[in-house]
Design a protein. Structure first.
Length: 301
């Protein structure tokens, strides 16, 4: 098979592992810089061009779309879908997962466990917003934040009101969520491939840090999931429509709650913590599912 990895960095761990795994399994794998792709949008023969040439027909693409290029990246994925190429994650599903508010609304509609969350456009609603999610302490999140950036823990109601007013004064879109104290600064990253949890790790935040992101100095170790945690991760991936994703879960007194569904999860942390060859599992998923024109949304927005 001919497989293309859409990635901005050929030397990134995840990109290199996917290429190595694909080639080891007998496939031809190209790494294509997403921002250097451009689109030939015509009535009868849509195409993707790259460095002055039309790209060959690929059996499948693996989108590794960074949050900062979501708009253009999903447009490129959509163009590949229009040419009939199978995508591990479809453009619509990536867009859903990147919109924190939309993704929470979709998960809520499917009855999946979530931390209580509030959203408003005016600072004069701050008091009720904080009260409605259970009162301080609360977590305040920028909708556009990634890797723990733009996430603030407000210990008191007064601090929460000040932070909300400050963000709204900058016209920033924010979510206010209940603080799951019993999680103890830890979360679970479940790696889902083709509707199955293939690997899971528990991430613990650094001392004094409530965010567990490995990028922020957190540590990770192998964990055995409960039946409810596994079901929550699988249902969250299904609700988003993602073939490959990372589902971040907190262990709360009311059961597992989903914090985020990541459409471009990194492989380095999960492979190191679990000693599993997740990259090869993704290639196996492509082998079983890649068929021409099998995109469910057919490139529709």
């Amino acid at each position: 098979m001919k497989i293309a990895i859409l990635s901005r960095g050929k030397n990134l761990y995840s990109t290199k592992r996917l290429k190595e795994a694909g080639e080891a399994m007998g496939h031809e794998v190209d790494i294509i810089d997403t921002l250097h792709c451009y689109m030939d949008i015509t009535k009868s023969r849509p195409a993707v061009r790259y460095h002055g040439k039309e790209l060959p027909t690929y059996d499948a693409i693996i989108p590794r779309i960074g949050a900062s290029i979501t708009f253009y990246g999903t447009a490129v994925v959509r163009q590949f879908e229009m040419t009939g190429t199978f995508s591990v994650n479809e453009s619509v599903a990536i867009s859903r997962s990147r919109d924190k508010l939309r993704s929470l609304q979709l998960l809520s509609r499917k009855g999946i466990g979530l931390p209580r969350t509030g959203f408003a456009s005016k600072a004069d609603k701050a008091d009720d917003l904080i009260k409605n999610v259970g009162g301080a302490p609360v977590v305040i999140k920028l909708l556009e934040g990634t890797q723990g950036i733009g996430v603030v823990l407000a210990d008191t109601k007064k601090a929460a009101e000040s932070i909300i007013e400050a963000f709204m004064g900058l016209n920033a879109n924010i979510l206010v969520q209940e603080f799951i104290k019993e999680a103890g600064g830890a979360d679970i990253r479940c790696f889902v491939v083709g509707g199955k949890v293939v690997a899971a790790m528990k991430r613990q935040g650094a001392e004094g840090e409530f965010r567990s992101n490995l990028h922020r100095g957190g540590s990770a170790k192998l964990i055995k999931l409960t039946k409810d945690e596994r079901a929550t991760a699988i249902n969250a991936a299904k609700a988003m429509g993602l073939g490959v994703c990372g589902v971040d879960i907190l262990q709360s007194k009311n059961g597992p709650v989903v914090m985020e569904v990541n459409s471009s999860p990194g492989l380095e942390g999960i492979e190191a913590a679990t000693k599993k060859d997740v990259a090869s599992m993704i290639i196996e998923y492509i082998e079983k599912n890649a068929k021409p024109h099998s995109t469910k949304t057919k490139g529709k927005g």
